[in-house]
Design a protein around this ligand. Structure first.
Ligand code: TXA
Ligand code: MG
Length: 319
């Protein structure tokens, strides 16, 4: 049976019956359930095979709905929310008593965002409860940016993927937490660091290799293809080390012009935004070609390049 559908009323019915629905956002597809349903939330964790210590993001329809789930909004959080919502930013804030511990892994804080996708905003406006939604992939796998990616992962587990087309940003939201009301980046993501700093000033990025990370998207090997993947500055040099193998290469803007390789070029015109939007789809694509290795080109270390490098680094075995 085809589980991909544009029928928003059907999504509302399923979610109201405590079932899961995969929903489109501008970053990646999410595996969504009613935050107040223990059944739905447990089913999110079991479907993804996600450990319970890894908390979920709550999706709300507007900045105004923040007051329903949190107790305190630092001044800079308000500035950020007004600047970037609806959009690809998640804020980690102090939760109120209504938010179940299952969502937050027992933490006193909850991660929340207003996604920027017309279908999902409509869904959130019509539902009387917010949606918890982690990325719709098995724990540790590449996040989905097309309905077909979700279908491939979960066609036997869920009844519906709400079809919102390809995700236009293509990598997960940027997560920002607050310590003594000071913002700190917990996960680099679809917003460029420079754009965030333009709103709140210089911001630090929290250490990525904690034992019990604040944002387990920070776990070292995450977002990984099953094909062995390398991240390098010079792809042509790396290719020479793997002669005789079936090689896939993922380059930013310049082609290697080598027909013996399976090559995907992320943006001919050199746009990091375009490259980010195609990143996961390209990794899915290469991962399904039965290659021996994937060699990815490191991006310039600024703007979205920083976030893309972060994800590519996590896709490699070479940590
Ligand atoms: O773009 C996105 O953020 C997508 C779409 C579907 O919204 N969602 C997403 O969810 O990437 P997920 O579950 O794959 O990643 C959520 C991240 C995890 O790394 C989790 O640890 C972190 O958010 N997180 C959630 N609650 C937190 C909290 N209270 N404190 C710190 N980190 C938190
Ligand atoms: Mg994820």
């Amino acid at each position: 049976m085809n589980i991909i559908s544009k029928d928003i009323q059907k999504a509302i019915q399923l979610l109201t019956k405590e079932e899961l629905v995969a929903i489109p956002t501008e970053t990646v597809y999410g595996l969504a359930g009613n935050i107040f349903s223990e059944k739905a939330i447990k089913s999110i964790f079991s479907t993804k095979k996600r450990p319970f210590f890894n908390p979920l993001i709550v999706h709300i329809p507007s900045v105004e709905s923040l007051k329903d789930i949190i107790t305190h909004v630092p001044k800079k959080a308000k500035l950020l929310a007004d600047a970037f919502w609806p959009g690809s930013m998640t804020l980690v804030l102090k939760k109120n008593a209504k938010i179940p511990d299952l969502i937050t892994a027992g933490k006193g804080t909850v991660a929340v965002r207003v996604p920027n996708h017309p279908l999902t905003l409509e869904l959130l406006k019509q539902l009387p409860f917010p949606l918890a939604a982690p990325s719709a992939n098995p724990f540790g796998s590449i996040s989905p940016t097309k309905p077909e990616h979700v279908e491939r992962y979960f066609k036997n587990d869920i009844q519906m993927v709400l079809d919102g087309g390809s995700c236009k940003n293509g990598i997960e939201s940027t997560i920002i937490g607050f310590e003594n009301d000071k913002p700190i980046i917990y996960r680099l993501g679809a917003l460029a660091l420079e754009d965030i700093e333009a709103v709140v000033g210089k911001i630090s990025i929290k250490n990525k290799k904690e034992e019990s990370p604040d944002a387990p998207g920070m776990l070292a090997r995450h977002y990984a293809p099953s094909t062995r993947t390398f991240l390098v500055d010079n792809v042509a040099d790396e290719v020479k080390k793997h002669l005789g193998k079936k090689i896939g290469v993922l380059v930013f803007k310049n082609s290697l012009n080598d027909t013996s390789l399976t090559e995907i070029r992320l943006s001919e015109k050199g746009s990091m935004q375009e490259a980010a939007s195609k990143l996961y789809d390209s990794l899915h694509e290469l991962d399904h070609q039965k290659l021996d290795v994937i060699i990815a080109e490191r991006f310039p270390e600024f703007g979205l390049g920083k976030s893309i490098n972060d994800r590519l680094q996590r896709a490699t075995f070479s940590l």
